[in-house]
Write a protein that binds this ligand. Structure first.
Ligand SMILES: [Zn+2]
Length: 82
């Protein structure tokens, strides 16, 4: 997994992740809210920006490191089959 670029949203100035797009060298700002309790997304959400504008690159988020190890699940599934 490549590192995830982050940049400040041009609308609300929050540091926001850029997600890959089909446009080479560009990423789309991840959907985010201007305020935590707000029900609407910031207008800067999904705006495409050049990766060159990224202010920081973070490693993969811990929560996104893939499904949990299934070591314990495999034997139980085999038991279900028999
Ligand atoms: Zn914003």
């Amino acid at each position: 997994m490549p590192a995830c670029p982050r940049t400040a949203c041009p609308i609300c100035d929050r540091p926001t992740a850029l997600t890959p797009t089909s446009r080479t060298g560009y990423g789309a700002l991840a959907g985010h809210k201007r305020e935590k309790k707000s029900l609407t997304l910031c207008p800067g959400s999904m705006v495409q920006l050049a990766y060159a504008t990224a202010t920081a690159w973070q490693e993969q988020l811990p929560e996104d490191s893939g499904p949990p190890a299934a070591n314990g699940d495999v034997p139980s599934e085999e038991l279900l089959i028999f």
